[in-house]
Design a protein around this ligand. Structure first.
Ligand SMILES: [Zn+2]
Length: 232
C-alpha cells in the first residue's frame, strides 16, 4: 500500500549576506541570469545565502540523511523564496539560483543562494534581512517515508515514538524519498515554527501530531490489514 507523502517545513538560520568579491561577481550574475528573462546587473539584486537544512536531528526529532540532502540541494535552484507572515500569509520575494552542500566536519548543510530584486516592493524585506530582524529560514518539501531510526520501518507502521529513548538510542524520523522542494522562506527571529503542514488543509501542526494523524489514517481500515500485519 502506497502511503501519502508528507509535506514538511523545517527551520534553519540565515547563514550570511553574500559578500561578492569582484572575481566571482561575473559567475554569480551568470547564475542569476539563467532564471531571468532579461539580464540583470548586480546593482539590481540583493544576494543572500541561506542555511536551509542539515543532517542533524532537529527539534521535531527528524533528520535528513546525506543522500536526501543531495536531492534537496539539486531541487532548490529555481524555487521561490517566500516572506512568511504569521497572520497574513506569504509573499514571494526572491528566487534560489544555485545551491551547494556545505561540509563542516560531520555537519552537512544545504546552502542555497537567493536573489531578491531591488525594487520598491522588496525594500523592507531586504532591510529586515540585512538588519538581522529576519534571520530564520524554513524549507517546505515533501517526502514519502519517515523511517524509524529504531526499527527501520515507516514510522506510520511501527509503534516507536519519536523523541523517546530506547536503550541508548533516541527515536527519530529519518526523512527518506524527498519528492520535491516546494519553497524556502524567511521569517522573523523567534517566531513559532510551522513544523509539519497537513497537505489538504495547510494547518500547521507539530511533528508528533502529524504522525499521530497519519497513523490514525493508516490504521483506519484495520479489518483489511490486520491479517497482513500479524504475519510480520
Ligand atoms: Zn520503529
Amino acid at each position: 500500500m502506497e502511503l501519502d507523502a508528507f509535506v514538511f517545513s523545517r527551520r534553519g538560520t540565515l547563514a550570511q549576506e553574500r559578500a561578492t568579491g569582484a572575481q566571482d561577481e561575473e559567475d554569480v550574475m551568470a547564475a542569476v541570469n539563467r532564471f531571468t528573462l532579461k539580464p540583470l546587473k548586480k546593482e539590481e539584486v540583493a544576494l543572500f545565502t541561506l542555511d536551509l537544512c542539515n543532517n542533524k536531528i532537529d527539534r521535531h526529532f527528524s533528520r535528513f540523511p546525506e543522500e536526501e540532502l543531495e536531492k534537496v540541494n539539486r531541487l532548490t535552484p529555481g524555487r521561490p523564496l517566500m516572506e512568511r507572515h504569521d497572520l497574513t500569509g506569504t509573499l514571494p520575494r526572491g528566487t534560489f539560483f544555485r545551491s551547494q552542500l556545505h561540509h563542516d566536519g560531520g555537519h552537512i548543510s544545504v546552502r542555497p543562494e537567493v536573489y531578491v530584486l531591488r525594487i520598491d516592493d522588496n525594500r523592507d524585506f531586504i532591510l529586515n534581512i540585512e538588519g538581522g530582524v529576519y534571520r530564520e529560514t524554513s524549507i517546505s518539501f515533501s517526502f514519502r517515508k519517515p523511517e524509524c531510526s529504531i526499527c527501520g520501518k515507516d514510522l506510520r507502521r511501527c509503534s516507536h515514538i519519536p523523541g523517546r529513548q530506547y536503550g541508548d538510542a533516541l527515536c527519530h524520523f529519518i526523512m527518506r524519498d524527498v519528492v520535491d522542494v516546494v519553497e524556502g522562506s524567511v521569517v522573523s527571529a523567534g517566531s513559532q515554527g510551522t513544523g509539519f503542514v497537513s497537505q489538504e488543509r495547510a494547518i500547521p501542526m507539530t511533528a508528533s501530531a502529524a504522525l499521530n494523524r497519519a497513523r490514525e489514517e493508516f490504521h483506519r481500515p484495520v479489518s483489511l490489514w490486520s491479517a497482513a500485519w500479524a504475519l510480520e
